[in-house]
Design a binder for this molecule. Structure first.
Ligand SMILES: Nc1ncnc2c1ncn2[C@@H]1O[C@H](COP(=O)(O)OP(=O)(O)OP(=O)(O)O)[C@@H](O)[C@H]1O
Ligand SMILES: [Mg+2]
Length: 267
């Protein structure tokens, strides 16, 4: 559980100031000693569209952070920025993982450094078996969990190892997408709507998997429309609205605060 002070601020009263001044230096963002991951005042654009508007937050090693907000709040864009995708383009701000700067990196370099994004559409490769999908993740170093270790954590995938990956159920495809991320060097797992389209019983299975990954000490950011489910799993929460942080604090605080949820999460 987080012991950091909660910051529940209405729009415009949040920590990252100066989001209008894109050229402002980020020197104001000081190094937090126990932060394993941090983004400091990150600003990113799709072309001319200013989308991620000065987002800052920290995560301790091994924590789960729920990144929440309504449709279009900028959650996927924030994850893509952290994974150093070309789009949206990071124009200013800093990103650190384990003390190393990620902001100067390309997406493949960030992946090599251990940032693994599991996108909403899962990107399972059809025409390949479950096992071939996993093996393909490990063609280039640095590799993460062994295939054997993955099967220990995902017995369903072990059972279906010889099946074409496209014959898997939605929940199994989500498991495979997460397993592929673990098969690579992994320090920060980014999950974009992992429960989307899944039946409640399957959501519970994915939740157990994410909790198991936390036990292994992996730091995770989970984006979910199912905010309650994400918050129950998370240590901390960040709520975005219109590309800005409007809340940063303990997950329990959001679970206990109906007004906050009504204002920014529609739950
Ligand atoms: N490729 C793109 N080009 C231009 N604008 C985009 C692009 N992708 C997203 N946007 C815009 O960026 C804003 C943030 O979108 P984003 O997908 O990050 O939101 P989100 O919080 O993930 O929403 P959702 O809950 O619907 O997934 C939205 O206004 C969206 O229209
Ligand atoms: Mg999204």
């Amino acid at each position: 559980m987080s012991v950091t002070a909660d910051i529940a601020a209405p729009l415009g009263m949040t920590e990252p100031t100066g989001s209008e001044t894109a050229a402002a230096p980020v020197a104001a963002a000081t190094e937090t000693t126990d932060a394993f991951f941090s983004c400091k005042n990150i600003e990113s654009y799709y072309g001319e569209s200013y989308i991620v508007q000065g987002v800052s937050f920290d995560i301790k090693e091994g924590e789960i952070l729920a990144l929440l907000g309504r449709n279009g709040a900028g959650k996927t864009s924030t994850l893509r920025t952290i994974a150093r995708m070309d789009n949206p383009t990071l124009k200013s701000g800093e990103i650190y993982l384990g003390g190393k700067a990620m902001h100067p990196l390309k997406s493949y370099e960030a992946a090599q450094a251990g940032i693994q994004l599991v996108p909403e559409d899962r990107r399972i490769i059809g025409g390949l078996t479950v096992e071939e999908n996993l093996v393909l993740s490990q063609v280039a170093p640095p590799i993460g969990w062994s295939i054997e270790r993955i099967y220990e954590h995902f017995p369903r995938l072990a059972e279906r190892r010889k099946q074409d990956a496209t014959t898997l159920s939605g929940g199994e495809q989500q498991m495979l997408a997460v397993a592929r991320a673990l098969a690579r060097e992994i320090k920060l797992l980014l999950l974009d709507e992992p429960y989307e389209g899944l039946a409640p019983v399957i959501v519970q299975e994915i939740e157990r998997i994410v909790a198991g990954i936390k036990k292994e000490g992996i730091t995770t950011i989970i984006v979910e429309q199912n905010a309650i489910a994400a918050l129950q799993l998370a240590d901390r929460a960040v709520i975005l609205d219109m590309g800005e942080v409007v809340f940063s604090g303990g997950a329990d605080h959001v679970l206990d605060n109906a007004e906050l949820r009504a204002n920014y999460l529609a739950v």
